[in-house]
Write a protein that binds this ligand. Structure first.
Ligand code: BEZ
Length: 180
């Protein structure tokens, strides 16, 4: 995975637009891989589903809390991606009070499939979802890779450890001190 380019896809996002009247002032906005990744050093983390317990209790809120510490390590943005549509991803970010981490809806699973990270979660009635992983992506190239152990379809457990923000920060700091 290291040094691979993240796949070129178009994400169908929903953005607020105050010029739209009525109770639901949102419109579709297509954003591409280039929009999110070109010319930036980012952390991307991918998880099995919005609103699921580990993702909602630890992973997303911890990335939000540690956002400024990532900035101090030279990270421009933190992106949370999941095989969920834009309505679900926006509702989850709102419910979690997320202001700094940006959510990316991969509703069709195209990005996740092309990353080689799509797994079946039919045992939970989820269909195809993302295996849990994270990456430091520099101008579209994978610079660091953090994949949870046991990649498999219909996994009974959903490991969470190496892709935690704490572990990624530790790696970024260790890398910086080695370079110094
Ligand atoms: C979670 O706790 O994050 C989780 C639960 C069920 C399926 C996938 C993830």
């Amino acid at each position: 995975m290291l040094n691979r380019k993240v796949p070129d896809v178009t994400f169908r996002t929903r953005v607020r637009d105050e010029s739209i009247e009525g109770p639901n002032p949102y419109r579709w906005e297509d954003r591409t891989t280039a929009d999110f990744f070109s010319g930036k050093r980012v952390v991307l983390f991918s998880l099995p589903g919005a609103f699921t317990p580990t993702c909602s209790t630890y992973q997303l809120p911890d990335f939000e809390k540690l956002h400024d510490e990532f900035k101090a390590e030279g990270i421009d943005e933190i992106y949370c991606i999941s095989v969920n549509d834009a309505f679900v991803m926006n509702a989850w970010a709102k419910q979690q009070g997320i202001e700094k981490v940006k959510v990316i809806p991969d509703g069709s699973g195209e990005f996740t499939r092309k990353m080689g990270m799509l797994v079946a979660k039919d045992n939970l009635g989820f269909g195809m979802r993302s295996w849990r992983y994270a990456a430091v992506v520099n101008n579209g190239l994978v610079e660091q890779w953090f994949e949870e152990e046991g990649f498999s379809d219909n996994c009974q457990s959903d490991p969470y450890g190496v892709s935690s923000p704490q572990n990624i920060l530790e790696n970024l700091r260790a890398e910086k001190s080695q370079a110094a």
